[in-house]
Design a protein around this ligand. Structure first.
Ligand code: GAP
Length: 432
């Protein structure tokens, strides 16, 4: 983990938020390569969950929502962690459910009694800071999809079973943020609420468990042997859930939740119907029955996927008797999919290399690297940021109109014509 954290800072993936002022625990900024990786994750989720299907529509609801929403959803009462503070010299706060015994793990001091701590960030809307103006930054995007449920069914032609999908920021005032991006206080959720006929939840729950696992392995390329399902026992379920399965990844600190798939039944629609006094039922055109659909919810954050991909891809090997660090990212997610490098800074090579990179842009995430320096060093830099293909323009290119593709993983090389480069790269990505 330390090596990955250092690499992400060194190479412009992740910086601590507001670092020049000492940072803010549990908040991170994304640098240029981080943004590219993050957007790739987000786009692939949207593509597979929304665009490639005809049963799921998108939504973007607000980040700030009134107290009534969180009162109804149960988050005001239940979205809490047990907190204990050290009364000794370090004064640290701990999650009580992660402690063994009554002493502070850091300084050995005595711990105070357990208090329940609500994880939602509170703010005020408008100039007056009173009870009536209190609102909350959402801790999940899901509630937006439930409170807009009526709007979606009356303004579109969706038919049960169907889903509403949303990506966007969520905020949780975690007591113990940590393990880099694994547990942060501001993160980006990608959630699907999939509405099904009452009591048809078991089959859809099973479908989404498998479908989401497939996405992580086949689309993102996560190592199958480091993923597993974990079925929650009844006593650890969230307040809204009938059954929950986590897709877990084997992190350096142990198996941990990557994505959760929950069977929320009609819990949320029922509580919002009751509290808002609005009819949220769905009229089934086949049976003419009115009912509240049940919901299967796959939910994952970009941050958990981001840290998983980096840990999964990090490798060290030896090439030409020299040790190298390489991120073996799947080409679907690599921040740079192809780097074009002219062998030297000679004018005629630069001109061709720039033409080549222009012809690749739009189709691939392409980077032009003319930093000079030994070609081997430039390859190593691309290896470290996970670029699967480097395209080298050399002096032979001027006569044979061909370039060298150098593969990150094997370091093997091949020489296609410039005309066929685009197609060749597409084929290499598809075959990965
Ligand atoms: N709407 C359901 C829900 O929010 P959750 O298990 O609390 O369920 C869903 O969170 C997903 O969000 C998790 O599986 C994980 O991927 C991610 N997640 C949760 N808390 C996080 C945090 N503090 N930092 C980063 N990601 C987090």
């Amino acid at each position: 983990m330390e090596k990955v954290v250092a690499l992400t800072k060194r190479r412009g993936f992740i910086y601590p938020s507001s670092e020049i002022y000492g940072g803010l625990s549990g908040f991170y900024d994304y640098g240029p390569y981080g943004v590219a990786l993050k957007r790739a994750i987000r786009d692939l989720w949207w593509r597979h969950v929304v665009e490639l299907r005809d049963d799921i529509v998108g939504l973007e609801s607000t980040l700030i929502m009134p107290e009534a929403v969180w009162e109804a959803s149960g988050h005001l009462a239940n979205f809490v962690d047990p907190l204990r503070q050290c009364l000794g010299p370090c004064r640290r706060r701990w999650r009580a459910d992660q402690l063994l015994g009554d002493r502070c793990p850091q300084c050995g001091g005595v711990l105070d009694d357990v208090r329940m701590f609500n994880l939602m960030f509170k703010t005020h809307v408008g100039p007056v800071e009173d009870r009536a103006s209190e609102a909350y930054l959402r801790p999940e995007t899901a509630q937006g999809m439930f409170v807009d449920f009526k709007n979606v069914i009356s303004s579109t032609r969706v038919r049960v079973p169907f889903g509403i999908a949303q990506q966007g920021k969520a905020f949780r005032n975690e007591i113990t943020p940590g393990n880099f991006l694994f547990r942060v206080r501001e993160f980006e959720l990608m959630e699907l609420e999939y509405f099904v006929k009452p009591r048809e939840d078991d089959e859809w729950f099973d479908y989404w468990r498998k479908e989401r696992m497939r996405w992580h392995t086949d689309v993102l390329g996560v190592d199958k042997s480091r993923l597993r399902f974990y079925d929650h026992p009844k006593e650890s379920l969230s307040h809204y859930s009938k059954q929950t399965t986590d897709i877990e990844y084997e992190f350096p600190f142990g198996w941990g939740e990557l994505e959760g798939i929950a069977d929320r039944t009609d819990y949320d629609l029922a509580v919002h119907q009751e509290k808002s006094k609005q009819d949220l039922t769905y009229l089934d055109p086949e049976t003419n029955e009115r009912y509240l659909p049940w919901v299967i919810e796959p939910a994952v954050s970009v941050e958990r996927i981001f840290v998983t991909l980096l840990l999964d891809a990090y490798d060290e090997d030896v090439v030409n008797n020299e040790p190298r660090v390489v991120l073996r990212l799947h080409p679907n997610v690599a921040p740079v999919q192809v780097a074009v490098v002219p062998l030297s800074k000679k004018e005629e090579l630069i001109k061709v290399a720039q033409e080549v990179v222009r012809s690749l842009r739009g189709e691939f995430r392409a980077e032009y690297d003319q930093t000079g320096g030994h070609i081997g060093r430039r390859y190593r830099r691309q290896d470290e940021i996970g670029t699967p293909f480097c395209v080298t323009v050399d002096f032979d290119t001027l006569s044979d109109k061909a370039v060298t593709i150098r593969m990150r993983d094997s370091t093997a090389q091949e020489r296609p014509s410039i005309d066929s480069l685009n197609e060749r790269l597409k084929a290499l990505i598809a075959a990965h």
